[in-house]
Design a protein around this ligand. Structure first.
Ligand code: PMP
Length: 305
């Protein structure tokens, strides 16, 4: 990924992709205090547009606030940076990765006195869990790793260090031949996927873990709440157990990278008919209509680049 042509926005300017480097004594590289976003741009009829740009930028600033980091740019500048990298790399659609980190002036655990940096990169990225998974559903395993407790790491921040837990869970699940991991909170209730929020469908009602289970307040999760309302479907946010997932009619993951990905199996237990369910398909299709600019009601969620 590092050795290619293109531009990356770094601390206020577009630099050559290969020159976008940091020092090995970068504080965040040692202690993991940093925050990032994952954003997508879609090729709509009106042109390339970033989906829910302002909400992603706001979450980045909130993550930084939780980490007591002061981003040295305004939200407007960070919005502009994201549009600029899509344009500069000639992308019609793609994934955008803003990241804020602490510099290399000093290396004590206390980051005080270090500069805070920000970069934004963008590249083409298709279906995160595979095209096949989008149609047929993926196979998921309950992780042996527990998701973060709400007072150990900060679960409403999309922090760099939170992802060690995601990586361990994802590697364990994929080494065992599954597509993704599902993590439980410290009390054993369902929290979220390694990089996705979870939804289940039972008797025509949609359920998703409430955020006290340590799940990230996903922007795709929020989008699905809107879609469900439009479809006249009730969504209940509550504590969910793993066996409720086994006996659900349908299940799916949501995320900027994962979009809306059906789940056909958890721990080798088939969910519903073992394929993408009818409500999941409706939500998935409504989601792609919105992000691709085919639903005028949500035109305000798309920012042309
Ligand atoms: N949970 C985790 C752990 C994630 O990494 C993500 C992806 N950002 C999500 C949930 C979904 O969030 P969003 O829909 O905002 O991408």
């Amino acid at each position: 990924l590092h050795d290619r042509d293109g531009k990356i926005w770094m601390d206020g300017e577009l630099v050559n992709w290969r020159d976008a480097k940091v020092h090995v004594l970068t504080h965040t590289l040692h202690y993991g205090c940093g925050a990032f976003e994952g954003v997508r741009a879609y090729a709509t009829e009106r042109g390339t547009a970033i989906f829910r740009l302002q909400e992603h930028t706001e979450r980045l600033f909130n993550s930084a606030k939780i980490l007591r980091m002061q981003i040295p740019f305004t939200q407007e500048e960070v919005n502009e940076a994201q549009r600029a990298v899509i344009r500069a790399n000639g992308l019609q659609s793609g994934y955008i990765r803003p990241l804020t980190w602490i510099g290399s002036e000093k290396l004590g655990v206390s980051p005080k006195g270090n500069r805070v940096h920000l970069m934004v990169a963008a590249w083409a990225w298709g279906a995160y869990l595979g095209e096949e998974g989008m149609k047929r559903g993926i196979r998921v395993k309950t992780s042996s790793y527990t998701r973060h407790h709400v007072n150990i790491t900060m679960t409403q921040a999309k922090t760099v260090s939170n992802y060690t837990n995601s990586i361990l869970a994802n590697m364990e699940a994929t080494d065992d031949g599954y597509d993704e991991a599902l993590l439980l909170d410290p009390s054993g209730f369902v929290s979220e996927g390694a990089g996705e929020n979870l939804f289940i469908v039972k008797g025509g009602v949609i359920y998703t873990p409430d955020l006290s289970a340590g799940a990230l307040n996903g922007i795709t999760r929020n989008t699905v709440l809107h879609i469900a309302k439009d479809l006249g479907l009730d969504v209940v946010q509550k504590r969910i157990t793993r066996d409720e997932v086994y006996i659900a009619d349908e299940a799916f993951f949501t995320g900027t990278a994962a979009e809306v990905t059906p789940i056909r199996e958890l721990d080798r237990v088939q969910i519903g008919a073992g394929m993408r369910g009818p409500i999941t398909e409706k939500i998935q299709s409504a989601f792609f209509d919105i992000v691709n600019g085919r639903n005028p009601k949500y035109a305000h969620w798309l920012t042309l680049v």
